[in-house]
Design a protein around this ligand. Structure first.
Ligand code: GDD
Length: 317
């Protein structure tokens, strides 16, 4: 089977590529830009085919689709950091929305019958009230960042292209996921890196934080990408599925777990720069629709995920 992963050099993309290779019957292709960092795929670069393709370039996308003719497409490439979307809202929209439209239009023009998974996001739910928790797929979407809005657009375009043209698009609303290779701007990875830096004496023993009261539903990336595979294998075209653990922790509780792995005395200090214009306060998935359909369940506990992430940074700083 031929599989195309957009964003293969990124965090989830590289884990998904390894999972596909482990399956044994999958030929893995991925899009990369000339400036993409290669460290996440350094261990598998000889086993995958990388195609030079910026998703904003419709011509490049069409060439890529023509070359690969994939049965499955996992569309993971995105501007995925929420704070950047306030600083660069247009870039966020173009990368996320136009990038996906280029793939959709390429599939249509070439008359491919690829199945495509769209990495949509729990950030689409945005403003959620306590009586709406756990959040089901039918909850209103009230995004609180340009990033969230871009994911709503991707999500609804997936619905619309299925309705209009019969495109086999499956929309996954992934809740937070983390683990080794997580980009260092995201909260769990940023805190882990800071702890590792402090342990190495490269940062004073002060850990800078933003909003610790927010609550998030964390899943290990290695569980999340199995969900992505199942979404294309067993998901209904046009449908939308939450993928998340169904449990939430405050960012403070997550930090406490990380600090518990270190023997040092570390002061925690709020940095006003890390506060957002509007933060999503709580995200917890109602995952019954997806789990019921596919049998998916998260297997790696949060403590193990965080320990692996901290050890990842200990080896790198
Ligand atoms: N990044 C960051 N850095 N976040 C912090 C910090 C900090 O120092 N301190 C507290 N936080 C809080 C944020 O305010 C937010 O409430 C929470 O930690 C998680 O922040 P991120 O890790 O940046 O992730 P996110 O929840 O905004 O978005 C992630 O999850 C989405 C799915 O819900 C990203 O991976 C998105 O791409 C993804 O769609």
């Amino acid at each position: 089977m031929r599989v195309l992963i957009t964003g293969i050099t990124g965090f989830a993309g590289s884990h998904l590529a390894e999972y596909c290779l482990d399956r044994g019957d999958v030929e893995v292709f991925g899009t990369a830009r000339w400036r993409s960092r290669m460290d996440n795929v350094s261990g598998i670069v000889d086993d995958i085919t990388l195609l030079d393709c910026d998703l904003k370039d419709a011509v490049a996308v069409r060439h890529c689709l023509l070359e690969v003719k994939p049965e499955y497409i996992f569309h993971l490439a995105a501007q995925s950091f929420v704070p950047t979307s306030w600083k660069a809202p247009i870039e966020t929209m173009v990368t996320n929305v136009v990038g996906q439209l280029n793939i959709f239009e390429g599939i249509r023009e070439l008359k491919l019958d690829s199945r495509i998974q769209l990495a949509c996001s729990s950030e689409e739910y945005g403003m959620v009230y306590e009586d709406e928790i756990p959040i089901s797929e039918s909850n209103p979407l009230r995004p609180l960042s340009p990033y969230g809005v871009s994911k709503v657009a991707q999500d609804l375009l997936g619905y619309q292209y299925h309705q209009s043209y019969g495109l086999f698009a499956v929309r996954t609303r992934g809740f937070n996921h983390t683990g080794p290779r997580r980009g260092d701007v995201f909260v769990s990875s940023n805190f882990s890196k800071q702890i590792a830096m402090i342990e190495k004496g490269r940062q004073e023993p002060v850990l800078k934080v933003g909003n610790l009261e927010a609550r998030r539903d964390f899943t290990d990336v290695r569980d999340m990408i199995k969900g992505y595979w199942l979404a294309l294998e067993k998901g209904e075209p046009g449908e939308v599925y939450n993928i998340g653990s169904g449990k939430d922790v405050t960012i403070r509780e997550m930090l406490d777990i990380l600090l518990g792995f270190s023997t040092l005395e570390i002061e925690v200090r709020q940095d006003p720069e890390r506060m957002r214009p509007s933060d999503v306060e709580v995200l917890r998935a109602d995952n019954t629709k997806f789990c019921g359909l596919t049998g998916w369940k998260p297997e790696i506990p949060l403590e193990k995920t965080l320990e692996d992430l901290l050890n990842y940074w200990r080896e790198r700083v």
